[in-house]
Design a protein around this ligand. Structure first.
Ligand SMILES: [Zn+2]
Length: 294
């Protein structure tokens, strides 16, 4: 029997650290096992948005959504592709709801690499520097401008990514309305989750248990996501900021305890997030970009 290749998208850091990879039969379900309906993707419905990744048809879209994730370790139990799967889902589901109301939205392929300068010592965390991201964003935006697309929404799914300064620099140069949304900031997390850690914790784990359960390892295998606090008060209080050296902060790469996560929490939270983003996309698709203030 031939060896299956290791697929980073399906691999968790626990497996990489063990040097085993996550693609052997011991660690993951066989690919031959049929996927459960509704496992991963929002269900296709009437009025679904066009996705450049998977649709042969063409419908003119007034706005485009660019999901932007990262490839990074997420504790022992979530795959490296966590941010990409989440971002891709939120973009597609929000656009599906918006399209049902008549908005013309195109969801672009998810950019799979984010800023990881604080995690370069963690195997397979793949860094795209901010300056490289700016070059990618500029080329994508340049491609869309003049093709009939009037606005580009960067839907960010990774805390190390920040598109505001890039957009400030690019906007005066381009005839395309630019904006950015961090999907995980759209809705307050307190009403949904008890542990508000910010990486591979209760929120991300719950979300992944809902949208990609076949890629979530049993929570008994997860680390506790304990994060060490900064010694200096200003950093603890959050009004002074420096990028975190990840391996100095957490032993299992997680920040936040994932062990109280449930798929139901993820489903409720995502329903609220995608409804809000869908409303935004609908308003944006109908907007006059020359007249944005009342
Ligand atoms: Zn993440």
């Amino acid at each position: 029997m031939s060896q299956r290749p290791y697929i980073l998208n399906e691999t968790n850091w626990g497996a990489v650290r063990e040097g085993a990879g996550a693609n052997d039969e011991r660690k993951r379900r066989s690919r031959a096992e049929p996927a459960q309906a509704g496992d991963r993707r929002p269900r296709r419905a009437h009025g679904e948005p066009v996705r450049t990744n998977d649709s042969p048809e063409f419908r003119p879209a007034r706005i485009a959504v660019l999901p932007w994730g990262a490839t990074e370790a997420h504790n022992y139990h979530l795959p490296y592709s966590t941010d990409n799967i989440q971002c891709d889902y939120v973009a597609a589901e929000s656009a599906r709801i918006a399209t049902d109301t008549g908005a013309r939205v195109m969801v672009l392929p998810t950019v799979p690499f984010g800023v990881q300068t604080g995690q370069l010592d963690i195997t397979f965390c793949i860094n795209l520097n901010p300056s490289t991201q700016a070059a990618v964003l500029t080329d994508v935006a340049d491609s869309l401008a003049g093709q009939g697309v009037e606005a580009l929404v960067v839907l960010n799914g990774h805390g190390g990514n920040s598109f505001r300064q890039m957009i400030r620099e690019l906007q005066p140069e381009i005839a395309l309305f630019l904006c950015a949304v961090d999907w995980y900031r759209v809705e307050a997390q307190e009403p949904y989750f008890s542990d508000l850690g910010d990486h591979a914790g209760e929120m991300e784990t719950s979300v992944m248990m809902h949208i990609a359960p076949d890629l979530v390892r049993p929570l008994s295998e997860a680390g506790d996501g304990h994060a060490r606090s900064p010694r200096i008060a200003a950093f603890r209080e959050g009004w002074a900021w420096a990028p975190r050296k990840w391996t100095d902060v957490t032993a299992d790469t997680g920040v936040g305890d994932p062990r109280v996560a449930t798929a139901e929490k993820g489903e409720r939270y995502l329903a609220s997030v995608t409804a809000k983003i869908a409303t935004f996309l609908t308003e944006l698709a109908a907007a006059d970009f020359e007249d944005m203030y009342e």
